[in-house]
Structure formats: C-alpha cells, structure tokens
Design a protein around this ligand. Structure first.
Ligand code: KIV
Length: 272
C-alpha cells in the first residue's frame, strides 16, 4: 500500500464525510485543545478533531468565546496537529477574525492551515457569510459551517438559548443552512436546535450535518471531550458523561496528598 503523509490522510478523511452521509454511516467528532488529548484521541474511533474556540470556557476559564484571539487558535491548533497523526484537525476561526472582510477571513483561515497545520476551518453564521465561505473555499481551504446556537453571537442572542423554536426562525435557519451549503461548506454543525428542525435540515442538505444538542437525526455528533469525560460537575442537558474524570482525579490527588503527609510517598522504590 502506498504511504501517504498524515496531512494527506487527514484531507482524504474529510473528503469522505459526504459519502458517510450517503451510506448513513454516522460521523463522530470531539474537541481537542492540546497535544496530549489529541495524541490519545487519535487512537480512538473518531472522524475528526475540532480545536473549538470553546477552549475559552474549557481551558482558559473565560465566560464566553469572545476573547479568543487568532494567535491563541494558532497556538492550540499546532499542539493538536502535533498529536493527531492522520486524523483531520478542524480549527475554529475566532470572533472577529472573519466577519470584517472576506480578505481578512482568507488570511486568518490561511494562518490556521499554514502556521498550525489545520485541515479545515470552522466559522459561525449563515447567508450573510456566504461570500466569505466562498472566498475561503476558493483559496482551497475546506470550511465547516456552524448554525443554531452560535456562541460568538451571545451578545446578540442574549444568552445561550435553544434556537429555531419558532416556525419563522426554523424556516430562516433552513434557508441559512442551504446558503452555507451553496457557498461550498463541506459540512455543517447544528448546535442547540430542536431535533425535528435538525432532521429537516439534515434531509434538505447533501452535505453532512454534525449535531451538538440537535437530536439524533443529524449525520454525526460532536461534543466537548471534557464534557464526555465528566470534567465538569454540572453536565448540560445535551451531554452524556461516559466517565467521571473529575471525581477520579480528585480521589487520586487526595490519595497522593495523604501519602505525602503520612510519609508513605516516596517509598524505597521511588528513591535513588
Ligand atoms: O467551540 C466548539 O467547541 C464548538 C463545538 C462545540 C461545535 O464549536
């Protein structure tokens, strides 16, 4: 078999996502923000890793994703790419890195590819950003769209609320989804919308939909890895915790502290 480089392997996986939709094979994605996480996730059955700007909340302790900078996204994406092997890494374009002009959007998307090694970029928004998506795609950079609850619009939305619950909002979101597809996005994240609406959008589109809080009928699912692993005490409604890492880690550190205080660590076998 011909050997291909990790970046070519990653690009092929992304190019194959549409076929997965056609074959009704569900797509699985998770977030990663650092090398360690990417290096073990790369050995799990995931289709792609997202360096989400959710790193603002999850690793930087911000209240929203608005403070994230391009330099921070480049830094985190580089770490993830170093660990990801041939698994595609998609990097978020942060707030105000793509809304002002399509030219700036292309240059910033280019930084995530050239400086950090991302396979694709993600941006939040609909028809208003179609010309920007087209420009980035014309620069040969694959774009993942993101509609529904778009956290970078939190000031306009007035909080993190389920979107598309009224009939006219739902129709508007369906039109935006079609515009994102027409503009050339290869897939679309649907965040926090009713499952019935996500099913309609998924049926409308030829490109795959990746849901987060959007019910079971999307073509794939993405979650924040830290949520899946139970690093937070209060899981959101749409999250299922598959482990309780916060409890496991707290118990481990409590045992370490007790051993140190009791003189049980280090023992002879840990001593030179
Ligand atoms: O920033 C992020 O992690 C995301 C996903 C939750 C879709 O946008």
């Amino acid at each position: 078999m011909q050997q291909v480089s990790p970046s070519v392997a990653a690009a092929r996986v992304l190019a194959g996502l549409r076929a997965k939709k056609q074959q009704r094979e569900r797509i699985v994605a998770l977030t990663a923000y650092d090398w360690l996480t990417a290096s073990w996730l790369a050995h799990c059955p995931v289709d792609f890793l997202l360096v989400g700007d959710s790193l603002a909340n999850v690793v930087a302790g911000h209240e929203s994703t608005l403070p994230v900078t391009m330099d921070e996204m480049v830094y985190h994406t580089r770490m993830v790419v170093r660990g990801a092997g041939g698994v595609p890494v998609i990097a978020d374009l942060p707030f105000l890195s793509y809304e002002v002009t399509p030219e700036a959007a292309v240059l910033n998307a280019g930084r995530l590819v050239k400086e950090a090694g991302a396979t694709a970029v993600k941006l939040e928004g609909g028809a208003e950003l179609a010309p920007t998506i087209e420009r980035i795609v014309r620069a040969h950079i694959p774009v993942l769209g993101h509609l529904g609850l778009t956290p970078q619009s939190v000031l306009e939305l007035g909080g993190y609320k389920v979107q598309g619950t009224h009939a006219n909002d739902a129709e508007r979101l369906r039109a935006h989804a079609r515009a994102v597809q027409e503009a050339g996005a290869f897939a679309l994240v649907l965040e926090c919308i009713p499952g019935t609406l996500a099913a309609l959008i998924t049926a409308d589109l030829a490109i795959p939909t990746i849901g987060i809080g959007a019910g079971p009928d999307c073509d794939g699912q993405i979650l924040v890895t830290h949520d899946v692993l139970g690093w937070f005490d209060q899981p959101k409604k749409f999250v299922k915790q598959y482990a309780h890492c916060r409890q496991i880690a707290t118990a481990a550190i409590t045992a370490f502290a007790a051993d140190v205080r009791a003189g049980r660590f280090p023992a002879t076998e840990h001593t030179f």
